[in-house]
Design a protein around this ligand. Structure first.
Ligand SMILES: Nc1ncnc2c1ncn2[C@@H]1O[C@H](COP(=O)(O)OP(=O)(O)OP(=O)(O)O)[C@@H](O)[C@H]1O
Ligand SMILES: [Mg+2]
Length: 222
C-alpha cells in the first residue's frame, strides 16, 4: 500500500462563501496501481490529487505515503515530494526562462542527480515523449501539448514511487495522447510505478485498475 488517506478534508474560503472542495475522503492505493479519477468540473479532483501529492495541506485528516505518516506541522513537504512524488499539473508550472531540456535537468539536479546524469536522462525522457527536436525551446515557444509533455518528462525524471497527473492529455490530439499513455503503460510494466491520473481520456480506462468518480468533494464510486 503506497497511499493511505483517512478523512481528508480541504475547505476554501470563509463563512457563507466557504467551499468544501474535498469532503472527508478516505482511500488506499496499492503499489503499482493505475487509478483514474473522474468527475464533473469543480467536484474536487485537482484538490484531491494535490492533497495526495503533498502540494496542499488538508484541514483535517491523515495521509500516509509509502509507510510514512505525513507530519504537516513538522515536516518539509517539498522534501517528501522530491523523494517520492512526480506531479504533472493541469497548468504546467514550467520555468518560463528555461528551455525544455533545462526544465527537466533542474528538477533532477534538485533531486540529487549530477549535471551529467541529469542531462543524459533528460534528453532520453524528452525523446520518449517526442520532443527530441524541441530541447532548446522555452515554454513560450512550445504548444500546449508540448508543454504538457515536458511537464510529464519532468515528473518522471526522479524515478518517483508515485506519479500524479492532472489532465495530462487535455491539450493533446489523439495520437499524442496515445503516445503519452503508451509511456504510462511502459512505466508501469518496467518500474511498477503507481500512477494516479485525472483524465477524461476514454482509451486509458481499459488499462486502469480502478476508476474513482468524484462528486461534490466526495468519492461517489470506486
Ligand atoms: N485555491 C482555491 N480557492 C478557492 N476555491 C478553490 C480553490 N481551488 C479550488 N477551489 C474550489 O474548490 C472546488 C474544487 O476545485 P478543483 O479544482 O479541485 O475541481 P476539479 O474537479 O479539479 O475541476 P476541473 O475539472 O474543472 O479541473 C471548486 O468549487 C473550486 O472552485
Ligand atoms: Mg482540476
Amino acid at each position: 500500500m503506497i497511499v493511505q488517506a483517512k478523512g481528508l478534508t480541504k475547505r476554501f474560503g470563509e463563512g457563507l462563501a466557504q467551499i468544501v472542495a474535498v469532503d472527508d475522503v478516505s482511500l488506499t492505493i496499492e503499489t503499482g496501481e493505475l487509478v483514474i479519477v473522474m468527475g464533473d468540473s469543480g467536484c474536487g479532483k485537482t484538490t484531491l490529487v494535490s492533497l495526495l501529492g503533498c502540494i496542499l495541506t488538508p484541514d483535517n485528516g491523515q495521509l500516509t505515503l509509502d509507510g510514512q505518516v505525513i507530519d504537516y506541522a513538522g515536516q518539509d513537504l517539498s522534501q517528501v515530494r522530491r523523494q517520492k512524488i512526480g506531479f504533472v499539473f493541469q497548468l504546467f508550472n514550467l520555468i518560463p526562462y528555461l528551455s525544455a531540456l533545462e526544465n527537466v535537468i533542474i528538477a533532477m539536479q534538485i533531486g540529487g542527480f549530477s549535471r551529467f546524469e541529469a542531462e543524459k536522462r533528460a534528453k532520453d525522457l524528452l525523446t520518449q515523449v517526442g520532443l527530441a527536436r524541441r530541447l532548446d525551446h522555452r515554454p513560450a515557444q512550445l504548444s500546449g501539448g508540448e508543454k504538457q509533455r515536458v511537464s510529464f518528462a519532468r515528473a518522471l525524471s526522479n524515478n518517483p514511487k508515485i506519479i500524479f497527473a492532472d489532465e495530462p492529455t487535455a491539450n493533446l490530439d489523439s495520437r499524442q495522447s496515445d503516445n503519452l499513455m503508451n509511456l504510462v503503460r511502459q512505466l508501469r510494466q518496467e518500474q511498477q510505478t503507481t500512477i494516479v491520473i485525472v483524465t477524461h481520456y476514454q482509451a486509458l480506462q481499459k488499462d486502469a485498475d480502478r476508476v474513482i468518480y468524484m462528486q461534490d468533494g466526495k468519492i461517489l464510486t470506486d
